[in-house]
Design a protein around this ligand. Structure first.
Ligand code: MRU
Length: 360
């Protein structure tokens, strides 16, 4: 995807052939700054501090982080994979990518591991980009159908599940980009997504860079918009989908799904194969929910009128704050899943129909 006419992926190999480059997402949308990662520890820091974030992207960056480590410490494969795997707990893509890397590298002599690790990390990144392109193709008919009936389609999305959260194209935003590129009259309601504002900062930035009409709304506005017929469809991404189709995603997703159900608005979830965790059944009970710093709730960052980046407090001094970063939307509230293999019901039968090899 593009920023100011320049094509980017969200992670790529530097011209030196071994360093790894990312966009520092903590600086977006204020500044487009690249970071150069040269060690696995730097990759782990980028993931934990959310310089990169989004389920598929943290998997790809972790894979490259392991490749970086294989240059100097190929014998430490398991320990480095464990260190990278501890950076964030909820998105299964992180563990998926590291397990894939370890499975491949475990069969390779240490002296050859670096070359194989870079090739495998590149394959993971390329696979994610193509997977997200296909998710767009399979989601597009949902939007085209509404546009054909109403002339215009209003989509509501939560958090950032665009190209910045993946290697390219995005999951929830991929059908929207394809609809816009196909000439459909599409408009997106962008939930700001407190506390870190991935919607207001990243989704709005991406959509704006591509020219997609959009409006940022406070998280609490979604129910009201739905009651007044201003949302035709919700599409969100996900950090983990269970065997029975429960969906973990950014905190607040569940409330949007409840409002959508009450108002008869279809609620779709877009996911790549790497987000499906068939080892987990009941998402509410079994998926670990990341608890992040209370400071993300009590403080906000952004430029002042002079353009100087500032951090301000928004809660009463001394009040305790809690910051669960994800919630789980039960499968019963999900209209369907959009994957790179097609669309299906959020159920064992639906997922097994698309991914039979995972259900054997
Ligand atoms: O905490 P974040 O910003 O990593 O959370 C991201 C999300 O919740 C996304 O919606 C999810 O990872 C899907 S990304 C295609």
């Amino acid at each position: 995807m593009k920023i100011n006419g320049q094509t980017y992926r969200s992670v790529w190999l530097d011209a030196d052939g071994w360093s790894v480059r990312i966009l520092d997402q903590t600086m977006l949308p204020w500044r487009v700054e690249q970071l150069c990662l040269q060690t696995a520890e730097q990759a782990a820091h980028a993931i934990a501090s959310m310089q990169v974030r989004g389920a598929p992207l943290i998997g790809a960056v972790a894979a490259y982080g392991l490749a970086l480590a294989m240059r100097s410490a190929p014998g430490d494969l398991q320990a480095i994979a464990a260190m990278l795997g501890e950076t964030r707990p909820t998105a299964i893509n992180l563990r998926w990518a590291l397990e894939r890397m370890v499975a491949v590298l475990g069969n390779v002599p240490p002296a050859e591991r670096a070359a194989v690790a870079y090739a495998e990390a590149a394959a993971i990144a390329d696979d994610d980009a193509e997977t997200c392109r296909l998710i767009g193709q399979h989601g597009l008919p949902l939007l085209a159908e509404i546009a054909a009936a109403k002339g215009r389609v209003n989509v509501l999305t939560h958090c950032n599940a665009g190209w910045l959260a993946t290697v390219d194209f995005g999951t929830a935003l991929s059908p929207i980009y394809q609809a816009f590129d196909a000439g459909l009259d599409v408009h997106v309601w962008v939930d700001e997504t407190r506390p870190r504002n991935q919607g207001a900062a990243l989704t709005a930035f991406e959509l704006g860079a591509h020219g997609v009409p959009h409006t940022v709304v406070a998280d609490n506005a979604g129910g009201h918009l739905m009651q007044h017929g201003l949302v035709d469809i919700c599409i969100v991404g996900t950090d983990r989908v269970t065997r029975q189709g429960d969906v973990a995603n950014k905190i607040g997703t569940y409330l949007k799904a409840l409002a959508a159900r009450d108002n008869g608005v279809p609620f779709w979830v877009a996911l790549p194969h790497s987000t499906l965790d068939v080892a987990v059944v009941d998402g509410v009970r079994e998926i670990p929910i990341e608890e992040r710093s209370p400071a993300e709730v009590t403080h906000l960052s952004g430029p002042d009128e002079a353009g100087v980046l500032r951090r301000i407090q928004v809660s009463a001094p001394g009040s305790a704050a809690a910051n669960p970063a994800f919630d789980v939307t039960p499968a019963r509230l999900v209209s369907g899943l959009i994957t790179e293999r097609g669309r299906c019901a959020a159920s064992v039968a639906g997922l097994a129909g698309l991914y039979p090899e995972k259900f054997t």
